[in-house]
Design a protein around this ligand. Structure first.
Ligand SMILES: NC(=O)c1ccc[n+]([C@@H]2O[C@H](COP(=O)([O-])OP(=O)(O)OC[C@H]3O[C@@H](n4cnc5c(N)ncnc54)[C@H](O)[C@@H]3O)[C@@H](O)[C@H]2O)c1
Length: 281
């Protein structure tokens, strides 16, 4: 798909009130697209809605919990009452949990699987059939993570959901090829967004000090969600199936493929550094 000019296209973004979703929605609006946006955060969503209006684009905005099957069904019905089908569907809404498997509760698992995996399943289930039926192609984006191909302690639940949606994206890419619908799984590295504040932290890293250290590290890395949004559009334009974003995401991608033993050693090194920091707290 030519993403340089999205005039007349309909782009749907989940989790559009903040971070990567917000910047992706705005980047598409700046290139001429009309938007459908949803999020749990009604206040943040209405700010984004206002900005899209100011850019002169149409926008449908709804407070929706992507993990709720019934809410997503009703949302899709309402959207399809106004537009035929999205041209680009961006399954972005997501949450994070930091902590070892042994410190992660079943409630935590239900929360993260409900949003990061089932939220994407709901988005695809309700919107892809109309894209296929319309017969004019399009593009499906799944925002996974570099944690979708590189696992480490303290990310067990997050890793599990992101590995899952990467697999879903690869399967969908195969399934939808004949319909002219591309599928791209976006795998960002360390991106400075409010997720560092909303992430649940469990076990020994569940302290204010550990959170502040993480917030500071993400800030220092200084890779902005706006830059991710630009790269998402590039990846759609190139019809990439898996798109690592940021240098660390590319490094992990290649290490995992060509030197998995080095990846494991790097994980041991990083986890030893973290243990030393926690001991010093
Ligand atoms: N920030 C990073 O370093 C990073 C790295 C890799 C992948 N990602 C992924 O990028 C995506 C966006 O994250 P972000 O960093 O922009 O975080 P963010 O917290 O800024 O944005 C996430 C948005 O999703 C919304 N959301 C959460 N639960 C929801 C639900 N149940 N229903 C609807 N909306 C919901 C939030 O309200 C928020 O607006 C996520 O899938 C995340 O896993 C982020």
């Amino acid at each position: 798909m030519d993403v340089r000019d999205l005039t007349g296209k309909q782009v749907l973004v989940t989790g559009a009130a903040s971070g990567i979703g917000k910047e992706t929605a705005l980047a598409c609006a700046r290139r001429g697209a009309n938007l459908v946006i949803c999020d749990l955060d009604a206040v943040g969503l209405s700010d984004v809605e206002k900005t899209i209006h100011e850019l002169g684009r149409d926008v449908i905005a709804s407070r929706v919990d992507v993990s709720d099957a019934e809410q997503m069904r009703a949302f899709a019905e309402a959207v399809h009452g106004q537009i035929e089908a999205p041209d680009i569907l961006v399954n972005n809404a997501g949450v994070a949990i930091g902590g070892r498997f042994q410190d992660t509760s079943i409630e935590d698992w239900n929360w993260i699987v409900g949003i990061n995996l089932m939220g994407v399943v709901h988005g695809c289930h309700h919107f892809i059939p109309k894209m296929v039926e319309r017969g004019r192609g399009g593009h499906v984006v799944i925002v996974a993570s570099a944690a979708g191909y590189s696992a480490s302690s303290n990310l067990a639940a997050y890793n599990a959901t992101k590995f899952a949606v990467l697999g879903l994206g690869e399967a969908l890419q195969d399934e939808l090829r004949g319909d002219g619908i591309g599928v791209t799984v976006i795998c960002p590295g360390i991106i400075d967004t409010p997720i560092t504040r909303s992430a649940r932290l469990r076990g020994e890293i569940g302290t204010d000090k550990a959170r502040e250290r993480m917030v500071a590290a993400y800030r220092k890395r200084n890779y902005t969600p706006a830059r991710v949004a630009g790269n998402i559009l590039k990846a759609i334009g190139r019809n990439r199936v898996v798109a690592p974003i940021s240098a660390e995401a590319w490094l992990m991608y290649y290490l995992k493929r060509f030197a998995p033993w080095l990846m494991r050693r790097l994980n041991v090194l990083l986890s030893n550094i973290q243990k030393r920091q926690l001991n010093n707290d």
